[in-house]
Design a protein around this ligand. Structure first.
Ligand SMILES: [Zn+2]
Length: 182
């Protein structure tokens, strides 16, 4: 008998995702609406004692960002209307949660330092240095936001969501389905 390709590989019950969830090419994970990820660290695949809280993820096609050039309020309204959302629970083990907060904390610390330095150096002969510090503080803030997210959506449709940001061990535990076969 041929094995159903949509089923995860044989393993214990915690390896099995809730409903339809699989790995696609390029390290993307697909989660069908109403399904969920397996109860494991999305980074190192360690079994989680508790199912992580469900979180709502939002996504819209990147073309809508062009509206920002016209009017940011118009964009905000349009984004609220066109965005798609999905609720899933992506969790981290204790070790990866700690590592995440260390990275976020470092980025925020750097942001504050650079911002204060920018204010102190503001104007006069040090204006150039001040500008560089402000630019650095913005970069640190962006890095902090990137470090803070566990996984991020690359597409959300009526049927489900596609996510990136999972670690290789977690990805390896999921069944593979080639995109477009469903
Ligand atoms: Zn982990």
């Amino acid at each position: 008998m041929e094995r159903n390709p949509y089923l995860p590989p044989e393993a214990d019950v915690h390896d099995i995702a809730r409903g339809d969830c699989w790995r696609e090419s390029g390290g993307t994970v697909y989660v069908a609406r109403g399904s969920d990820l397996p109860q494991r660290c999305v980074n190192c695949n360690t079994l989680l004692v508790q199912r992580p809280k469900r979180k709502t993820y939002y996504w819209h096609a990147s073309g809508w960002y062009l509206l920002i050039l016209l009017n940011i309020i118009l964009y905000a309204i349009a984004a609220m209307i066109v965005r798609k959302k999905i609720e899933i629970s992506a969790g981290l083990c204790d070790q990866h949660r700690k590592r995440r907060w260390l990275k976020v904390g470092s980025a925020l610390g750097l942001f504050v330092l650079m911002f204060v330095a920018g204010v102190v150096m503001f104007g006069g002969e040090t204006a150039g240095i001040s500008l560089a510090c402000f630019a650095g503080s913005v970069a640190a803030l962006v890095a902090g936001v990137i470090f803070a997210r566990v996984i991020y959506p690359v597409e959300i449709t009526e049927r489900g969501g596609r996510f990136k940001g999972c670690g290789p061990e977690f990805l390896a535990s999921l069944a593979t389905v080639t995109r477009g076969s469903r």
